[in-house]
Design a binder for this molecule. Structure first.
Ligand SMILES: C[S@@+](CC[C@H](N)C(=O)[O-])C[C@H]1O[C@@H](n2cnc3c(N)ncnc32)[C@H](O)[C@@H]1O
Length: 326
């Protein structure tokens, strides 16, 4: 192993004829190759790709900088690098994404789960744990890879979690992930348009969703990794980005038990409109808006009022918008 840290930014040539590539030379050359195509943040991606090709852990590359590569190993690595040069996201190339405690299979049929969605799950878990009850029921609308539904089933006090999606392709991925993690017995998969996927009389304690919320205009400005590779159905929600969110809010009271919660991930800039929509409807307590780690409003939690509270006439949502600021 080298004593000096590698200088990835220094230009490096391919090895002289007859000399094999080493791990370090290939890492540096590949990083520069992708940087020349103006792909941001590629250094870690290259490490992941090479580790994947060599069946090593990423950090083990640092112990093998001088290791020569065989022709066979280069043949495995090259197409991975070329895919990344085409802006295919790292997670699709590797076929997996980390989400909370789970490693999920992902491909172009599903959105790559994001860190802010881990916070949505955390918000639901901390609220439902406060209730001190077991055997709750939740529905995850638009489950994609199953990230939210499977995490709730794995970590929370849920008897059953229902995972729905309009995309059968996505549900297949989610079901595969459930089986990989031994959760298929507690997660049910239903195809359909938002709440229509649920049996008509069904009532649950939690409705959670990370729905599509990107406007048509915003779509055009997204990085190619998202715009060209992730499923359009998972991202765009009409001209203003609100079409799915509005329907989720409007239909939630029909499926939530009294005292149950609606937990939504939203785009930054959408909180006020959603809060106002909930406040303008009967039967809800004042919604809470939670911020992500970068301080942007990203999660809405709204509690369905219990019947006796509604009868008691405490309709005035006087407490305003609560925000978590930590
Ligand atoms: C932003 S992705 C979220 C995926 C996953 N829950 C996550 O957080 O990683 C939105 C998901 O909603 C699904 N979807 C879009 N419109 C829908 C609709 N009208 N009814 C049900 N699912 C829908 C998409 O297929 C996609 O899987």
């Amino acid at each position: 192993m080298n004593d000096t840290p590698p200088r990835f930014s220094e230009p490096v040539d391919p090895p002289p004829a007859g000399t094999p590539w080493t791990v370090l030379r290939l890492l540096r050359w590949s990083t520069q190759y992708l940087e020349a195509k103006e792909i941001p943040g590629v250094r870690i991606d290259v490490e992941h790709l090479l580790a994947h090709a060599l069946e090593l852990r990423r950090l083990d590359l640092y112990l093998h900088f001088d290791r020569p590569l065989t022709e066979g190993e280069l043949e495995v690595f090259k197409p991975l690098l070329l895919e990344r040069a085409e802006r295919r996201p790292l997670q699709y190339i590797l076929g997996r994404a980390a989400f909370r405690e789970l490693e999920l299979v992902v491909d172009e049929r599903v959105l790559i789960p994001r860190p802010e969605t881990e916070e949505l799950v955390e918000a639901v878990l901390s609220r439902t744990r406060e209730w001190g009850r077991e055997a709750l029921e939740a529905v995850d609308i638009g489950t994609g890879s199953g990230a939210i539904a499977l995490s709730l089933a794995q970590e929370g006090p849920f008897r059953r979690v229902t995972a729905t999606d309009r995309s059968l392709d996505a549900l297949q991925v989610a079901r595969e992930n459930a089986m990989r993690h031994g959760l298929e017995g507690r997660v049910r998969f239903l195809e359909g348009d938002l709440y229509e996927a649920l049996p008509p009389e069904e009532r649950v304690d939690v409705v959670v969703s990370n729905p599509p919320y990107v406007s048509r205009g915003e779509m055009r400005g997204l990085p190619p990794e998202i715009r060209l590779w992730e499923p359009h159905l998972a991202l765009e929600a009409g001209e203003d980005g609100f079409t799915v969110l509005h329907r989720l809010v409007d239909g939630a009271s029909g499926v939530l038990r009294p005292g149950g919660i609606l937990a939504l991930e939203i785009g930054s800039g959408q909180a006020q409109a959603i809060v106002e929509r909930i406040r303008s409807r009967e039967g809800w307590e004042a919604p809470v808006v939670l911020r992500d780690l970068s301080g942007r409003d990203r999660i809405i939690l709204a509690t369905r009022r219990r019947v006796e509270e509604a009868v008691g006439g405490s309709h005035g949502d006087t407490s305003g918008i609560e925000r978590r600021t930590d």
